[in-house]
Design a protein around this ligand. Sequence first.
Ligand SMILES: Cc1ncc(COP(=O)(O)O)c(C=O)c1O
Length: 414
Amino acid sequence: MSKTAPVVAPTLAEFEATHENVSQVAIQTPVLHSNYLSELVGHDVELKCENLQRTGAYKIRGAFNIISKLSAAERKKGVVAASAGNHAQGVALAARNLGIKATIFMPVGASLPKLQATENYGAEVVLTGSIFSETLKAAQAHAAKKGAIFIPPYDHMDVVLGQGTVGLEILDQVADVNTIVVAIGGGGLAAGLAVSAKLKAAQQGRKIKVIGVQSEHAAPYVPSLKTGKLTELTITRTIADGIAVGKPGRIPFELIKQYVDKVVTVSDDEIAKAIVVLMERAKQVVEPAGAVAVAALMSGAIKPRGKTVAVLSGGNIDPLLMQKVIGHGLAASERYTTISVMLPDRPGQLVKTAEAIAAAHGNVVEVLHTRHGKGLEISEVELRMSVETTGHDHRQRVLKALHDAGLKARIEAE
Ligand SMILES: Cc1ncc(COP(=O)(O)O)c(C=O)c1O
């Protein structure tokens, strides 16, 4: 397809044939009911668990589909991709299954688990570039020099078709689905899913809604859909690195324009809270980009009507990041609070503070006792404590107990 050829949506038959093709490597991931989220939003919420997909993300579907269509001559040349994570693993496993050499370019500093997983699938990993655009350039230059086939992450119809097979499965697994919520980066997943799910629903004489979710730090689809033109934005740092894309893909954009009903954004705090809820309530390990659909439901950015499916698009989270995200998510949910108390520098004050917190059933997990805090009187000390609470109301009860005990306590900004 040339760069400017009009984008024609695939047919249901094409998606069904693609599903048969990708089923050689991808599994039909389970759909789990979430009582917690259903009660929260007032409608049934189901989770489509692509975090449990082979390689830990839906990306294997598109990667396998495009690579499986290469000719024998192209296969001999090998494939090249640039990715910091899920696309890398998808291309590596797809290539291994098809007996093709894969060279994956990853940015310097890519997470170790993702790098090791990519190597374990048999790919050669080249670490280059401090920002992703440099990595991409190096990968494309390598492909051109070696005559290898560059595998794009989202802007190719065979990739869109592969990712769209998630939509067919949802319609099979959740017959009465009303709304599907899905992450958008470059747009391959949302484009394929929206077209396939809507075509399948139409075949059953029904209509469904598809809502896309971007990180508020990287949301070029919002202005692009408003103006109808591909708009590039400078992205800022987000924990949802998997969807940190500054410009929509041309093919996904044309399909999303027609088939996705709405695109909303979520903050990093909302994503962190969603990750904690998914782990604690649904027992699912989900990476930030994979949790944005649930974040949008929890934040109220989406007010669904009827049975809703949130796609958990990936679960590849570095344990070190998970540790940070949990701390952040707990703090954002007011489950983990830093309280500062200015105490007169006299014996017995620590006990008094500890008793007040214990009486309100708070649990102190960390303490810093200092004479050098800002704003301290010469006869005062600052006691800074991290306290576990069960949420907003409990946090307020702990603060009140300290005030009732006559202590100068305040909650520190996280
Ligand atoms: C976990 C996860 N979810 C969603 C996306 C969004 O993908 P797309 O570029 O197809 O919109 C990505 C992209 O890598 C991802 O890794």
